[in-house]
Write a protein that binds this ligand. Structure first.
Ligand code: FMN
Length: 174
């Protein structure tokens, strides 16, 4: 396999991803889930501290406890939720970035597996920590939903052009 083919595969997965908020009841196969978690496990982290822990939530009763946020109601119907937790003691400065990178690796792998995902930032941290038994020295950075999409294909969303968001050698905007 040539390098360019590998690059295309990744870019396709990144391009094909859209936030999925409607899920079928179909279970997520364990092998696909393991590859999604593996993509997170091997993510880069500052000083290779890997200051993360991921709680995979399948239990419907526990999932319901995660739906307190205004934009998180659909977690009740989604077969898998992954809560990304960061070790605030181990890496006070970078745990948020590190957990975020790992979660986004999982999103990309899930897309390649044909699974839908959605980032969830709409939650009360204390509520989620209580529901999942997250210890005091960990924060809940974000959650992901994971499952088979039941959404109809959507049109493209507006995204900024490369020219709008990049400059060369020196920051130059507008
Ligand atoms: C950090 C973060 C938090 C988000 N939180 C939520 C959320 O709580 N509920 C939700 O429905 N979507 C949430 N989203 C999804 C965004 O609304 C979505 O990514 C954005 O509108 C772009 O659409 P797309 O993902 O389909 O490309 C979140 C996305 C990010 C990156």
């Amino acid at each position: 396999m040539t390098l360019s083919v590998v690059h295309m595969d990744v870019l396709d997965a990144i391009k094909n991803r859209r936030s999925v908020r409607k899920y079928s009841a179909e279970a997520v196969p364990e092998d696909a889930l393991m590859r999604v978690l593996e993509a997170g496990r091997i993510a880069p982290s500052a000083n290779n501290l890997q200051p993360w822990h991921f709680v995979v939530v399948r239990d419907p009763g526990t999932r319901k406890k995660l739906t307190g946020g205004k934009y998180a109601k659909f977690l009740e119907e989604c077969p898998v939720v992954i809560a990304g937790c960061g070790d605030t003691k181990k890496s006070p400065e970078w745990h948020v970035v590190d957990v975020t990178i790992a979660l986004q690796n999982m999103v990309t792998q899930a897309t390649a597996e044909g699974l839908g995902t959605c980032w969830i930032g709409s939650f009360d941290e204390k509520e989620v920590k209580d529901a999942l038994g997250v210890p005091d020295d960990f924060s809940v950075v974000a959650m992901l939903t994971l499952g088979h999409s039941k959404e109809k294909a959507r049109g493209e969303r507006r995204t900024k052009a490369i020219d709008e968001i990049t400059s060369r050698d020196r920051f130059a905007k507008g």
